[in-house]
Design a protein around this ligand. Sequence first.
Ligand code: CAA
Length: 386
Amino acid sequence: MRPFVAGTERDLASAVAEWALSLRERIPAAEKAGEIPRDVIRELGRLGVLGMTVPEPLGGLGASTVAFALVLEELAAAWPSLAVAVAVNTGIVDGTLVRHGTPEQLRRWLPRLIDGSGLGAFALSEPSSGSDAASLRATAIRDGDGWRLNGRKQFITNARYAPLAIVFARIGETDPARAHAGITAFAVPLDAPGVVIGTAERKLGLLASDTSALVLDGVRVDRDAVVGEVGKGFALALAALDGGRVGIAAQSVGIARAAIAIARDYAKHRTQFGRPIVDFEGVRFPLARSEGEIAAARLLFLRAAWLKDHGRPFTREAAMAKLYASEMAQRATHAAVQTLGGYGYMREYAVERYARDGRATTIYEGTSEIQRLVIARSLLLGLQAG
Ligand code: CAA
């Protein structure tokens, strides 16, 4: 029994879980090559995963946030690099266009984000603005009836696969009292003159997921590239991240679950001191603790997803889910590596990969410290939890 989850939502997640299992043999090579194979992205498109939450009239599956979060849990349990690529494309980029895009933007971009020919990117962070996203420096100046964009974006997931990025740039001078004023969102085709994709970052984990810089050197876009309202892009970015945080919570649960499953199987079969190591409390208790924490984290992300599906405020619940689930994934992957001992540190068992991949979950889409800040602000304002 899973509160918040209907049968069809569970079925969708099971179908994706089954498909993701078939990727297992290909993961080590793809992680080594540092890329998600194009045929895997096409297959995600064919399965409908890349347009999962896009309404049916717009070409998507019209599935709920709950279903999508469960799918992300399954993808992450199989391959966390793939899960983050999908989370950004479907959760953040599709979601932003569906909420704020003009009919023309939807017609132009959605098919390319859902058919498996590419994966969308979200370009908010810069070399000098991460947690303090409102201090971004990229600029947009009027150029005839369009805009000219300049700036450097950093740590952009999917940049190499993206037909477009939603780019945040500032219009006018920075007002120190309202740093976010003037920030505007643009749908920028990444084949536009002046767009340069930087070298892929070399990371601790998530090796197959692309993380690259995006340089905008006098990139000209039309007036209709503005997503939402001119000057109102910051709230749009934070709303997108609220949804994204539910997805990262789900990814964290998938990572923890997969690592603990490997540890459990290992502990049942590994014999030391004349008996299976799972007989020792020092081994079984961390597994038991993780099992409970995984269930708690899942309830938190399902609650946030359910609130989003019901049009209710969920900023605080998304932050709580992301904070708890991502921190929980650190404990769980640590316990999993520890259970396998020396083998846990070696590449032949996937627990070391889950531990490396899971480390990112307390950082991207808002660090744990930022989630605490969001929760504390809502608490101090006296807002009710959902
Ligand atoms: N939804 C919509 N609007 C919101 C909002 C939300 N959740 N939270 C705040 N706003 C609005 C406010 O109402 C305010 O608007 P008005 O002035 O019009 O009322 C405006 O946004 C500014 O709000 P704050 O004063 O609270 O903003 P702040 O500068 O103090 O920043 C913050 C708030 C929570 C720290 C925010 O900057 C933040 O979340 N930082 C972390 C950034 C982040 O998560 N980056 C991730 C990068 S993307 C990524 O990782 C994806 C990937 O590729 C994997």
